[in-house]
Ligand binder design. Structure first.
Ligand code: ATP
Length: 263
């Protein structure tokens, strides 16, 4: 019996597809993706995958195209070529609300909370898709147990929160959408070092809970220590990719992004 024909044992009866060798498809599969602002191309032929339960980091310096990648995946920017598949579906031309409904939740850079609304109202807005709305109360409790500080401040206007609390609130709002894939754009941006550490600790907890994350970060060292795999963009093209441990040891990464071995 070849490896292509698994034994038909230990399977419930009646399942025809169960006799086919299973190949675990990635949750997100991006192939040859390009995108442009007007006639200026910002992403060129970008291909990568994220498997269920993985944390994948998207690295690169300012203007490399990281945010553009997330915006294209979340349907805010139309791609000019390439395909995006999510959970087996072609979502290349899906609208942003359909993408949210499928469970791709984008937490944008700069938090973008509603400053006059309370913390809780901001969080609840994260659960606007039907799938998430049905479980809103239970998810809110989970977010509050992850971020007790947000629970303490739940009636306070989001605009009065500190930078670290705002970032927690933005992440919490993303979690309220019950993400199957959470895309985080620079969650540690502008935070004091202690708070950066706390943010990465939180991401570690979420990772242990099995959350799949695509993480844009300028904090390359911490991102690589957290992530399973990473890729590096330069002027809209992927120039390096691989398992995080390999990239941490890669001389080009160390020189360009980790400030090691220079001079
Ligand atoms: P940063 O960390 O600075 O946000 P980034 O890697 O996320 O960097 P992008 O914001 O994706 O980079 O930008 C990629 C390129 O697209 C840059 O050259 C940028 O100037 C350009 N760009 C980004 N947003 C727009 C826009 N709204 N209109 C025109 N060009 C844009």
């Amino acid at each position: 019996m070849s490896a292509e024909q698994p034994r038909a044992v230990d399977r419930p009866s009646g399942g025809t597809s169960s006799l086919v060798a299973e190949k675990i498809a990635p949750l997100l599969h991006v192939n040859g993706l390009s995108a442009a602002y007007g006639n200026v191309t910002a992403l060129w032929d970008v291909s990568f995958s994220v498997a269920e339960g993985q944390v994948v980091a998207l690295l690169g310096s300012n203007g490399a195209g990281k945010t553009t990648t997330l915006r294209t995946l979340s349907g805010l920017l139309e791609s000019t070529s390439g395909t995006v598949r999510f959970a087996g579906q072609d979502i290349t031309h899906a609208r942003s609300d359909q993408i949210v409904d499928l469970g791709i939740i984008h937490v944008p850079e700069g938090r973008q909370l509603w400053p006059r609304m309370s913390v809780q109202e901001n969080l609840e807005l994260g659960a606007y898709a039907a799938r998430a709305k049905a479980q809103r109360a239970a998810t809110l409790e989970r977010v509050y147990s992850l971020f007790p500080r947000l629970k303490e401040r739940r009636t306070q206007a989001a605009g009065t929160l500190s930078g670290g609390e705002r970032q927690m609130c933005a992440l919490g709002r993303g979690l309220m959408g019950l993400p199957r894939l959470l895309m985080l754009d620079e969650p540690s941006l502008g935070l004091a070092p202690r708070l950066v550490g706390e943010m990465f600790e939180t991401l570690r907890v979420l990772r242990q809970q099995g959350l799949t994350v695509l993480l844009v970060e300028q904090n390359v060292h911490q991102a690589l220590e957290l992530a399973d795999a990473a890729f590096v963009l330069e002027t809209g093209r992927i120039v390096l990719s691989g398992p995080s441990a390999e990239l941490l040891a890669d001389e080009r990464v160390r020189n360009a992004y980790l400030g090691v071995g220079v001079g």
